[in-house]
Write a protein that binds this ligand. Structure first.
Ligand SMILES: [Zn+2]
Ligand SMILES: [Zn+2]
Length: 447
């Protein structure tokens, strides 16, 4: 897909998925067919039952199943180096594969942060041995994520940084971001921004609104996000640089992005499944599984995110997969770590709550879930002859309970734990190789 993405070597797939619904919204492809994969490449999409026999190929009965291009997540936290007790490249990329992802971009707020060519080189080397799906790494904007001194952006870009981000933290200094944007224009690699004004967020732990007032908890206003988006879009416009706004959460932020795009700012943005289907009402339970940053906001914000996804103001879905150890979550809400896992549930959550409810069409969800590489100049996977095989095989009718069989991720801080969902990824082909097979899903080899 791109030299920015790295995975461990594995055998190219020889595979026939027979008789499935084959859906690639970018190619206006939506019909029953046999998808033929030979040597890791899509050889053809033939009429049902007419696929050629390939010696030694696995034949999968796709009757009643859905095949889509595999998904691309522009925003995950794999905790390498330094916090491998939460996640590492093996468990993180296995979780990605289990969610139907063929590529992910890992954030740089590790310990130490990915702020030098040597740290970047070591995680890229590790990915060559451990990553089950192609993985890209962003480097930090500021050295040590201190928000003061710029990292060596040009050198980091040469060393393979997919882009730049201090995610976990905002780039609070406008002066620093302006300089980063000047480098970005020269060196390439988008700057991905966690938008938050620390002076407005303070020590807030949830969305500022009726629920926070009722619970008496310190809160983070939507303004904290929106004012920074407006500031950063102005800077990007002035410097003619490219930015990607992460995890949009508020109606006013969707409006700010729409205005910036209309004004010609080179800006893209993402929204997460949890912000698209949950609100701060969930926080009434004081269950720390619903604590993340930005926080779950009000119903009106959620509806604006759905509209933004529909009309293209929001370019892609990102999970912000943020694994945490149990002891960081099993404490009072105020003290709990911020962040939730999301790779293994993203498709099923959006399928259950947005597609089956009739809110958004399946084609649109697939399009936005496969578009996550585009801000990083990584083309979306396609189902067409000659393309590298990047496929998700999905049973759209399979009902399952989140967490009932455990998780592929090392952490289990899912905000959807215990939820009944409909639709499950059975198999993922990533970078031309079979990267995942759901446990209940048997394999059959012909020839
Ligand atoms: Zn963030
Ligand atoms: Zn994040």
């Amino acid at each position: 897909m791109s030299e920015l993405l790295i995975s461990r070597p594995s055998d190219p797939a020889d595979l026939v998925i027979a008789g499935a619904r084959v859906l690639d919204p970018r190619g206006d492809l939506d019909r029953a067919g046999d998808v033929v994969v030979r040597g890791g490449e899509i050889a053809e999409i033939s009429a049902p039952g007419s696929a050629p026999e390939i010696e030694g190929a696995e034949v999968v009965d796709g009757e009643g199943m859905l095949v889509t291009p595999a998904f691309v997540d522009p925003h995950v936290h794999f905790r390498v180096p330094g916090q491998e007790h939460k996640e590492d490249l093996q468990t993180g990329t296995r979780a990605a594969a289990a969610g139907g992802y063929c590529a992910v971009i890992a954030m740089a707020n590790t310990s130490p942060p990915i702020d030098s060519a040597s740290v970047l080189g070591s995680v890229r080397e590790l990915a060559e041995r451990e990553a089950a799906v192609p993985t890209g790494f962003v480097a930090t904007v500021s050295r040590g994520m201190d928000g003061e001194e710029l990292s060596e952006m040009a050198e980091l870009r040469d060393a393979g940084a997919a882009g730049f981000s201090d995610d976990g933290l905002p780039v609070a200094s406008a002066r620093l971001l302006r300089r980063a944007l000047q480098y970005q224009r020269l060196a390439g690699g988008v700057i991905a921004l966690h938008e938050e004004d620390p002076s407005l967020s303070g020590d807030g732990v949830m969305h500022e609104g009726e629920v926070s007032a009722m619970l008496g908890l310190a809160a983070i206003p939507s303004l904290s996000e929106t004012t920074m988006i407006a500031r950063d879009c102005s800077l990007a416009l002035h410097e003619k640089a490219a930015i990607h706004v992460q995890h949009l959460s508020a109606r006013s932020s969707v409006e700010a992005i729409a205005a910036a795009k209309a004004a010609g700012v080179r800006v893209s943005c993402e929204a997460t499944p949890h912000h698209l289907v949950l609100t701060d009402e969930a926080v009434r339970s004081l269950d720390a599984r619903f604590k993340m940053n930005p926080p779950l906001r009000a119903e009106d914000d959620r509806l604006a995110l759905i509209d933004g996804l529909r009309d293209g103001t929001i370019d892609c879905v990102a999970t912000d997969h943020a694994p945490h150890a149990l002891e960081e979550k099993e404490v009072p809400f105020e003290q709990a770590a911020m962040g939730v896992t999301g790779l293994e549930t993203a498709f099923a959550v959006l399928h259950t709550d947005l597609v089956l409810s009739g809110t958004l069409p399946l084609e649109l969800i697939v399009e936005r879930m496969t578009a996550g590489g585009e801000p990083f100049e990584i083309a979306a996977p396609r189902i067409e002859p000659g393309a590298e095989a990047n496929l998700a095989l999905i049973n759209p009718n399979l009902e399952w309970t989140v967490g009932a069989d455990g998780y592929e991720s090392r952490s289990e801080n899912s905000c959807f734990a215990g939820r009944e969902l409909t639709g499950r990824v059975l198999m993922t082909v990533a970078g031309g190789s079979v990267a995942y097979r759901q446990r209940s899903f048997a394999m059959g080899v012909a020839g």
